[in-house]
Design a protein around this ligand. Structure first.
Ligand SMILES: Cc1cc2nc3c(=O)[nH]c(=O)nc-3n(C[C@H](O)[C@H](O)[C@H](O)COP(=O)(O)O)c2cc1C
Length: 330
């Protein structure tokens, strides 16, 4: 009988399938179902930094007085009707801890380093096993340089890790000019893991109505090519654990992520499309593959096809691209 146990950011997971942060991880009912179907851990739906900052009307007034928000912004909020997202989030953490035994990872979607990190202590006090920082620095602000965008990550990490004792991870986007060097430097901070990669909402066009429409909300399996490449390249070049996110839809793809050197995978789209029961099938697929290959534990094959440990480091390089495409005909 093979063991699927893995360690991820210092936590022991019974298997490497984590329910990624999404609308599905926002209720106790779903978190229980995710555990019942066998997931190794769950990342809660992100709390947004703005929600932390606007926790009370008092804070809003203070921010207004300090010039942090415009008075008109207040017109958009009906405080009597507004639910308290922060209280709900902290309650979800503590209720989840009472309801399930798999690790609960709390996620914060953050864009600044100085307004909210003290809140991280309240996440820890609510009982979260770990914090995932979903840092959003889309490089489309023409006034900010690449260095300034990167510095934001290091400032947030430094503030949060100086406040909490629980492990911290960072979920990044692939939009970075020197991704390899950036991931390497992230790995030199006190964070315990990096999630490669977040997948953002993309706008689309309707060419007949000339309207903006929503792009595809869910990933396709083909999108896994990017996390696979970067996990394989980075696995032996950082001390951090790596988690693969985007395009993991079945157990064989989890196997690929582990072969590349990931410690875990995070799944969202496939849960929306196939339901929580799909986790059971994914686990069976990993077990069947391990049985066929004679592997008893994940350590037996983790990182076997990483760029450094694998038998063909050039597979990830430009030369391979040239070789592969030169003979293609239509
Ligand atoms: C409907 C939906 C909501 C999401 N909400 C969040 C979120 O609040 N925080 C976050 O870090 N990622 C969020 N994600 C991104 C997922 O966690 C995941 O990284 C991404 O969807 C790629 O994985 P997938 O290919 O398995 O969907 C969301 C994804 C979807 C589809």
């Amino acid at each position: 009988m093979s063991s699927l146990t893995t360690t991820y950011m210092g936590l022991t997971l019974k298997n490497p399938i984590i329910a990624a942060s999404s609308g599905l991880t926002n209720s106790i009912e779903n978190i229980k179902a995710i555990e019942a179907n066998g997931a190794g851990a769950v990342v809660l739906k992100s709390l947004f930094e703005e929600e932390i900052i606007m926790e009370t009307k008092d804070n809003m007034n203070k921010m207004q007085a300090s010039g942090f928000i415009y008075p008109e912004t207040l017109d958009y909020f009906d405080f009597d009707d507004m639910e308290d997202p922060v209280a709900n989030f902290l309650k979800l953490i503590s209720d989840a801890k009472k309801s399930v035994s798999i690790p609960i990872i709390a996620s914060v979607n953050c864009v600044t380093a100085d307004k909210w990190p003290d809140f991280a202590k309240r996440i820890q006090d609510a009982g979260a096993d770990a914090i995932e920082l979903n840092i959003f620095a889309l490089p489309s602000d023409f006034h900010r340089t690449a260095e300034q965008n990167e510095q934001l990550y290091f400032d947030i990490i430094s503030r949060v890790t100086s406040i909490v004792k629980i492990p911290v991870s960072v979920k990044i986007s692939p939009y970075n000019a020197s991704l390899g060097s950036f991931i390497k430097r992230l790995g030199e901070t006190p964070i315990k893991s990096i999630v490669l990669f977040n997948r953002f909402y993309n706008p689309d066009f309707d060419i007949y109505t000339l309207d903006y429409t929503a792009g595809t909300v869910f990933s396709t399996p083909a999108e896994f090519a990017m996390p696979l490449r970067w996990i394989a390249i980075m696995a032996d070049r950082t001390e951090c654990d790596l988690a693969a996110s985007t395009g993991v839809h079945d157990g064989n793809t989890v196997v690929k992520a582990l072969l590349a050197g990931a410690s875990a995978t995070q799944i969202a789209s496939t849960l929306y499309k196939n339901g929580f029961e799909h986790i059971q099938l994914m686990i069976r697929q990993i077990e069947d593959w391990m049985k066929e290959k004679g592997y008893k534990s994940i350590a037996d094959f983790k990182g076997k096809l990483s760029q450094e440990k694998g038998h063909d480091p050039a597979a990830f390089e430009r030369v391979q691209f040239m070789k592969h495409f030169k003979d293609l005909k239509r």
